[in-house]
Write a protein that binds this ligand. Sequence first.
Ligand code: HEC
Length: 434
Amino acid sequence: MLSSHVSRAVALTGAAGVVVGVVAGLQQRHTDEFQAAALGEFSRPSYNPPPATYDGPVFKPRLDFPSCANPRNEAFPWLGIDFKAEPERYLRTVQDYCLEGNVECDFKVEQNRTRDWYHVPWMSSHPKGREPIHGMTMEKPSKQGMLSDSQRREVQNWAVAFYNSPGAYAVGRVWSLPWQPTQDGVAFPEGTVAFKWFFTQATEEEVPFLKGAPVWKAAIAKTPREPGDRGPPVDTRLIQMDVAIRDDRADIGWVFGTFVYHSSQSSDAPWRRLVPVCLQWGNDPDLTQQRYQEGARPVQTWNNPRLRDLGILAASRPYLGWLGRANGPVDNFKSCCASCHSTASVPDKDNKIPRGVPPNADQALRWFRNLRPGQAFEKGGTSLDYSLQLSSCTTQYNNWKKSYLQNTLLGTLKEWWLEVHPFPTTAPPSGKND
Ligand code: HEC
């Protein structure tokens, strides 16, 4: 009696041990598989593969982030320029820094011999994710008349962004494990520069100031309504360059600036035919619609006074950014650079464009606060320090992870059942033919 109890207990303990061992083994295997899959998605170059008809160079993200903020002990010459007194000189200095060594390699930054530039990972999972030739992601399309008076159809805009070493150091700290981001305490060091090129589907006929602009082939969407349905390569033209600079002297710790390609610029080098459009160091928290109507204008944005003359500000737009704040022609005029970027946080909510602009303008002022780096937009949120690529890649990571786990959960349960089930699932051999 006793011995049969004991032997049963021993058998059960043995079986439990086997089950625990099998489960642990499977868990390890699933963790390994998850990490390998995440690594693949982290560095996936594009949403759609290069089209069969295209045999030129393709986009390769640079993701080998530096392990310290300023590995080459670079100087940042714009930090010695007073951006309020000399906005154009500040912008030109940053522009030169961004173009140096990059024009020669057509912005395949991994080939830049002057300095290091990097991309942000996880930008290819979403249907608006990177196209395969230049790594551009889909931006807001421009409705008829938004870019120029002669633009008679809606056109797509696509963009790609780069961070210098200090910026890439901060990005790399978030993604030191490609399968598990660290989002606490994101802080870009002073000296960080990010820049972003916008290419538009609009032609020179539609937007005359684009004449002679650099052209990039890009395998973009067939229509703006279906971002994931990609077509053969088409010509896209340089229209806008955005820069974001971490600078302690700004009320928000960042200076935002934008340039527009303009055929009237005399430079022989097409990439340099850029007009500085605006520079912003704060959100002008007190500028309400009422005050604007009474004649008040932003005091934390510098706007190039020639925008209407140059045709950069189309007749159908009252201003580039809300009430004259900074923005580019491809951006939404109900927002501005600093406002939209101040929402960068986790959880990433669909809250980038101010709500209540108009009719309830006071409610909209929440979007025009001067938040310091590290201060989250929403109560209880975690700041991503004005980096919207960091919030975009976090969202893509979260969505990817959710669907990966959902897809593998059923498979995993079945495997576990088959491997740990104590009974054979098929009938035992009858012995007849043994
Ligand atoms: C309505 C929202 C919105 C406005 C307005 C806006 N941006 Fe952005 N910006 C984004 C989003 C979203 C991203 C990240 C996704 C991407 O690059 O596709 C981004 C990315 C960038 C980047 C790359 C680094 C980063 O922070 O992710 C720079 C630089 C940038 N924007 C500069 C500007 C400047 C300068 C302006 C004003 C001229 C501006 N932005 C206006 C939404 C906005």
